[in-house]
Design a protein around this ligand. Structure first.
Ligand code: ADP
Ligand code: MG
Length: 810
């Protein structure tokens, strides 16, 4: 009884004072009304009691139930964030996406009426925070940076971590970090009464978070209470297509056109995977549907087949069938829907004719903020709102008036292969949880429909329940550096909601030491701080940091893009296929297919020779050359076809270059002239050597040494005749994750047949090479070899001098 009361109890006993500090808010009338319908508002008292009585609280409620807009207001009204109250610190709200941070700050500001200026946002390169700010929306990356400077987060009284179900790496890191800061602040507040405890509120749209709530390492004071805000969701009928088409943008185009003609008024939300798809589809829809509008006064019109790839009878407008036929045959009701979709009448629920005009808006993260906010404005009268969005619209933003959702079932995700070390953005299936969130977007204002552009068989077979947490899908060195940037030294003890494995954490720390980002004592260095400013894997950040030497900056950028891309070049074993594709060019009646093939091969070799002539022993530089040549090409498609390049990979790599250029400029404008593009002259000899050195610096732990030049283990091919059979030994052992893998992997690694080095005579092979990633091979064809071979990709020959230079830190 002598012990001081725990701070939570103290606060509870001061309930009357709390009232005295409550802040008056005058909300606009329409906002007042709108709030009444929100499930979260119904739970205000329960939520606030829980927050007063517990250090950490979890709120779970469907998207649109009012978590993001309302919970910060409850806290504000209760005095959090007001200088004269018990809890003067700001209310900090983190979002995984910038769009959400900006638009939610604006919305909450509007809702608060007269005191709207007390709500601000902060994202990278942009902030509206002032001394008046009481509620601050920010991206999770911003809060991580703040922790580096203010470990106890003394500026804040509450941290709300929103969208926790998404399990972004930053969110996971913040949950672990802030749970510790809550403990720290409790201790500090017992010792110094001027310091107030910190509250943590975790908000989630799904129960994806319950798997770590009972983790005693994470929440030492017991499992936090879980408060559910009962969702007010109208039934959504889900329709699958019978056959899943690979070309989902085409499918989306057709379905949306048809839907616009046949469905009663109501907004449409189309989920796609990225900016390019969205802008292309927006253009096509605008052209096609505008055409449709202008001539739709009851006449039969045909749109020429070349403009619209729909069957022409579909476009006979006088002949609109009552059924949205090919959708309804396999209408299925899934978990989202409380009513069985009636097979026959779901499309025409009332006799109102379909809207005649369309109002098409894109929504993706790279879009300018003011354009993003347009989705919240009411569409022009009598027109149908069609929003084409990435998964930004899945849970972060609730777009008003959506009745129809078209879900392509895919998303662009950061993928990472631990074994090969390859990280890239790839389009893949979403999870069942995401699919259900997307469908739910149709049921906010009334009963809705979700048209899934994939079959129920694919959904059952290929969709995971939940997506894997991002932290398991990224290079661990990035995670470790992030933690170090918050001055955390012993990363293995960190309370991750889902921990990466310890061995990889330790290995990552070593790499960071090699890169100079972390000291031998495990502390982040100034180099490390700079590296952590780049939103890239630390290896590539390091290259960009040192890559301005010898006037190499734009080349280094292209080099990083080339290393980060997998398949710029079409592999030779796909050449036979190309013979057919290019038959017009390469075959005619006189010539046999064989002849054509050999001609094609020589063209292929010639093209590859052109790309590697500046640096015949580096795949990375060959990719750089291809990227720069592509920048010069007036007709990019044709250029790719002629030069056996993958148009998709090159366009993505060029986009990456533009992004890297803006990142480098924003970090240090003097490093890159404003008008620089990839139209560059050939690099000089000095520059080529420098670029090799930058590569070596970034992949310093991925050096392989010619086996004959070192001790050759038994079991390796003796006197091979082909370069691809010559064993190399990695200087640092390969990261073997599971026991079972050990038998699978040879300790030696081999040059991949697609590498420039594969064409060298064995005697000309370099002694030292840098590889950017490994590929576990299919069983070797060579006699006597039992194990599959591990092959090295994206190779760059380096000299002993260059390696010695690295050791000296130059
Ligand atoms: P949650 O975070 O639980 O998903 P929100 O707090 O984002 O829910 O949204 C609550 C309600 O506020 C929704 O019905 C949504 O339509 C509405 N809303 C949110 N932002 C805006 C806005 N900018 N304009 C109009 N309505 C909005
Ligand atoms: Mg929200």
């Amino acid at each position: 009884e002598q012990d001081p009361l725990p701070p939570e109890l103290e606060i509870r006993s001061s309930a009357p004072e709390r009232k005295a500090f409550s802040v008056k808010v005058e909300r606009p009338l329409d906002v007042q009304e709108g709030r009444l319908g929100l499930p979260v508002v119904g739970e205000e008292q329960k939520i606030m009691e829980a927050i007063y009585n517990n250090p950490t609280v979890v709120i779970w409620g469907a998207t649109g139930s009012g978590k993001t807009t309302q919970v910060p207001q409850f806290l504000y009204e209760a005095g959090f964030g007001s200088p004269e109250s018990l809890n003067p610190g700001m209310i900090g709200v983190t979002q995984p996406r910038r769009v959400a941070a900006v638009s939610m700050a604006k919305r909450v500001g509007d809702e608060l009426g007269g005191v709207g200026e007390r709500v601000s946002y902060q994202i990278r390169f942009d902030s509206s925070v002032s001394s008046k700010t009481a509620i601050k929306f920010m991206t999770d990356g911003i809060l991580i940076r703040e922790i580096a400077n203010d470990f106890a987060l003394l500026k804040y009284s509450v941290i709300i971590i929103d969208e926790a179900h998404e399990r972004s790496a930053n969110t996971d890191i913040l949950i672990g970090m802030v749970s510790r800061i809550v403990d720290l602040r409790a201790t500090m507040s017992r010792e110094d009464e001027k310091i107030k405890p910190l509250k943590l509120v975790i908000m989630s749209a799904t129960l994806r978070i319950t798997d770590f709530l009972e983790n005693p390492n994470l929440f030492r004071n017991g499992t936090p209470p879980l408060i559910q805000a009962e969702g007010r969701q109208y039934p959504v009928t889900t329709h699958f297509v019978r056959r899943t088409r690979r070309d989902y943008t085409e499918e989306a185009f057709e379905k949306v056109c048809k839907g616009h003609r046949k469905l009663p008024p109501g907004g449409m939300l189309v989920f796609l995977t990225g900016q390019n798809e969205i802008t292309a589809l927006a253009k096509r829809l605008n052209e096609t549907l505008a055409n449709f509008q202008s001539q739709s006064n009851g006449h039969k019109v045909r749109i020429s087949a070349s403009e619209a790839p729909l069957e022409t009878e579909d476009l006979e407008l006088g002949n609109i069938a009552p059924g949205f036929d090919d959708f309804e045959d396999d209408a299925e009701s899934d978990g989202d829907s409380s009513s069985r979709g009636d097979d026959r009448d779901f499309d025409v629920e009332d006799s109102t004719p379909a809207s005649s005009t369309v109002h098409i808006l894109p929504l993706y993260s790279q879009l300018q903020t003011k354009d993003q906010l347009r989705v919240f404005e009411p569409p022009p009268e009598n027109s149908r709102l069609i929003v084409l969005a990435t998964n930004v619209a899945e849970t972060s933003l609730t777009i008003p008036g959506i009745r129809y959702v078209f879900d392509c079932g895919r998303a662009k995700e950061k993928k990472y292969d631990r074994m090969t070390g390859v990280q890239n953005f790839d389009v893949g299936w979403i999870s069942k949880a995401s699919a259900s969130q997307r469908a739910g977007r149709a049921g906010r204002t009334g009963p809705g429909h979700c048209y899934r552009l994939y079959s129920s068989a694919v959904y059952e077979r290929d969709f995971e329940e939940y997506a894997e947490p991002e932290i398991l899908r990224m290079p661990v060195e990035g995670v470790v550096l992030q933690l170090k940037s918050m001055d955390l030294q012993h990363v293995v003890n960190f309370p991750f909601p889902t921990p990466p494995d310890r061995q990889s954490l330790a290995k990552a720390e070593k790499l960071l030491i090699y890169l100079g980002a972390v000291s031998n004592e495990g502390k982040i260095t100034s180099v490390g701080r700079e590296i952590s400013n780049y939103p890239l894997s630390p290896r590539f950040s390091k290259m960009l940091m040192i890559g301005h030497q010898h006037g190499c900056m734009p080349y280094t950028i292209a080099l990083v893009a080339s290393l980060a891309s997998l398949d710029l070049f079409i592999p030779k074993n796909q050449l036979d296929l190309s013979v057919n594709v290019q038959s017009e060019v390469y075959t005619n009646e006189d010539r046999s297919a064989d002849e054509a093939r050999s001609q094609l091969k020589s063209h292929y070799n010639h093209a590859h020779h052109l790309f590697s002539r500046h640096s015949p022993t580096s795949d990375a530089l060959k990719g750089l050359t291809a990227l720069c040549a592509y920048a010069y090409a007036p007709l990019r498609e044709a250029f790719c076809k002629d030069m056996f390049l993958s148009p998709k990979a090159l366009s993505e790599a060029s986009n990456l270059c533009s992004q890297l250029m803006s990142i480098v400029r924003s970090n240090n404008p003097t490093l890159l002239a404003p008008n620089v593009s990839l139209k560059l002259p050939s690099p000089s000899k000095t520059q080529v050597a420098a670029l090799q050195q930058f590569t070596a610096a970034a992949f310093i732990d991925q050096i392989a040494i010619l086996a004959s030049a070192s001790v050759s283990p038994p079991d390796l091919p003796r006197n091979p005749t082909r370069a691809i059979d010559v064993p190399y030994l990695p200087l640092f052992p390969i990261n073997v994750k599971r026991r079972a893998d050990i038998d699978m992997i040879d300790i030696a690694v081999f040059v991949h047949p697609s590498s420039v080095l594969a064409h060298l005579a064995t005697k000309d092979l370099p002694t030292y090479i840098i590889y950017s990633h490994l590929q576990r091979g299919t069983p070797a064809t060579i006699e006597g070899a039992k194990k599959p071979r591990t092959r090295m990709h994206a190779l760059t020959a380096v000299t002993a001098m260059q390696i010695a230079g690295l050791a000296k830190g130059t």
